[in-house]
Ligand binder design. Structure first.
Ligand SMILES: *Cc1c(COP(=O)(O)O)cnc(C)c1O
Length: 369
């Protein structure tokens, strides 16, 4: 117990759980960390060099306007720099959006299960989360989300592809939804996994930003660009919203190294896309092998796969860990495994066979032959 006068509403706030760090060895070989949707490739040489060149200058504060990076993002998407807002990872972007739109008594609406950071960030903003359950196919239920809008709704998040299920909304579905949202409520499309989305008729957040005055897009350099450790993400947002986000942003929250690494990554985007394409091919290979092994899993458009295992989830995560695979379990619901390097993916497929051998098949949703 403490005498310190802390915010009482924080008592109900869970802390963010980081994906388990990998011990280096399991009984039968190396351990792979497939618990945080990280990109398995190390930094591109061009990006590493760009950062190295800056190291002697870290006695200086970064450019708080991040002019080079904002300009590069604006040029990449054909938007104005006034529409670009940077953050210390896109979790800070989502946090800025919440703190710019919602406070005590206000509601932030999103599908559930979705990105586990959302409820915590809503609480930290002092607002309330409204969770709309995914459909039986693990997809956003946009009709139910539209029906859940109240006069207290201030922000709606659509995570596409959805973390942790990998499912998507189509452009037609999202347009139909946006047409139903009152134009004074901000909708953010969290496209952390956009580069991995190969769905036909996939929405493009920036196109919807151009079309709707209440739509913002959140992007990150952590996943496809492989910069999770340096922390940089951004929004493309309507100007009044962008201004409000900058007011609640952490001053100097994006380091000079992060700005430079992100700018260099945009210059190397074609080279990075080759890696993304390899991960997409691995995703298809792993899902194909699992399907051949009898699993029936949702098709994923992210760099991860969702195993809807219900009550078997915690036991399954333990078995996988014993076989050298660390995943992200959501007890009672399912577990998420990231697509990693080829060796890790082979190991995941083999370990999934151990689950089936242990009688864990997810009941109705995943059937082992
Ligand atoms: C990983 C992730 C992010 C952003 O992560 P940062 O490292 O903070 O940029 C945002 N949204 C979703 C859905 C994610 O999975």
């Amino acid at each position: 117990m403490t005498d310190l006068r802390l915010r009482p509403d924080l008592d109900a706030l869970p802390s963010y759980r980081q994906g388990k760090a990998a011990p280096t060895e399991a009984a039968d070989g190396p351990v792979f960390k497939l618990s945080s949707n990280e990109n398995p490739y190390p930094a591109l040489p061009s990006v590493a060099t760009a950062i190295a060149d800056l190291l002697s200058g870290i006695n200086r504060y970064p450019d708080s306007s991040a002019a080079d990076l904002s300009g590069a993002i604006a040029a990449r998407y054909g938007v104005d720099t006034s529409n670009v807002v940077l953050g210390s990872g896109s979790v800070e972007i989502v946090s800025q959006l919440m703190r710019a739109t919602a406070g005590p008594g206000d509601e932030v609406l999103f599908a559930w299960r979705s990105f586990e950071a959302y409820p915590m960030l809503v609480r930290a903003a002092g607002a309330e989360s409204v969770h709309v359950p995914l459909t039986a196919e693990h997809r956003h239920d946009l009709d139910a989300m539209a029906a859940a809008i109240t006069d207290r709704t201030r922000l709606i998040i659509v995570c596409n592809p959805n973390n942790p299920t990998g499912t998507t909304v189509s452009n037609a579905e999202l347009v139909r939804f946006l047409d139903r949202v009152p134009s004074d409520i901000v909708v953010v499309i969290d496209e952390a996994y956009q580069h991995f989305n190969e769905q036909e008729d996939a929405p493009t957040g920036v196109e919807l930003f151009r079309r709707y005055p209440n739509v913002a897009v959140a992007h990150t350099f952590s996943k496809a660009y492989g910069l999770a450790g340096i922390r940089v993400g951004y929004a493309i947002a309507p100007e009044p919203l962008a201004q409000a986000m900058r007011k609640v942003a952490l001053p100097f929250g994006v380091t000079s190294l992060a700005q430079r690494a992100a700018t260099a990554s945009l210059e190397a985007e074609a080279e990075l896309q080759v890696r993304v394409d390899a991960l997409i091919a691995e995703r298809a290979r792993v899902l194909g092998a699992l399907t051949a092994g009898g699993w029936r899993l949702p098709e994923s458009q992210g760099n991860f796969i969702w195993f809807p295992l219900g009550d078997d989830t915690a036991a399954a995560a333990e078995i996988l860990e014993r076989h050298g695979i660390l995943v992200r379990p959501f007890p009672g619901e399912g577990l998420r495994a990231t697509i990693g390097e080829v060796e890790a993916n082979d190991r995941l497929v083999a370990a999934a066979g151990e689950l089936a051998a242990a009688g864990i098949t997810g009941g109705l949703v995943a059937v082992a032959v």
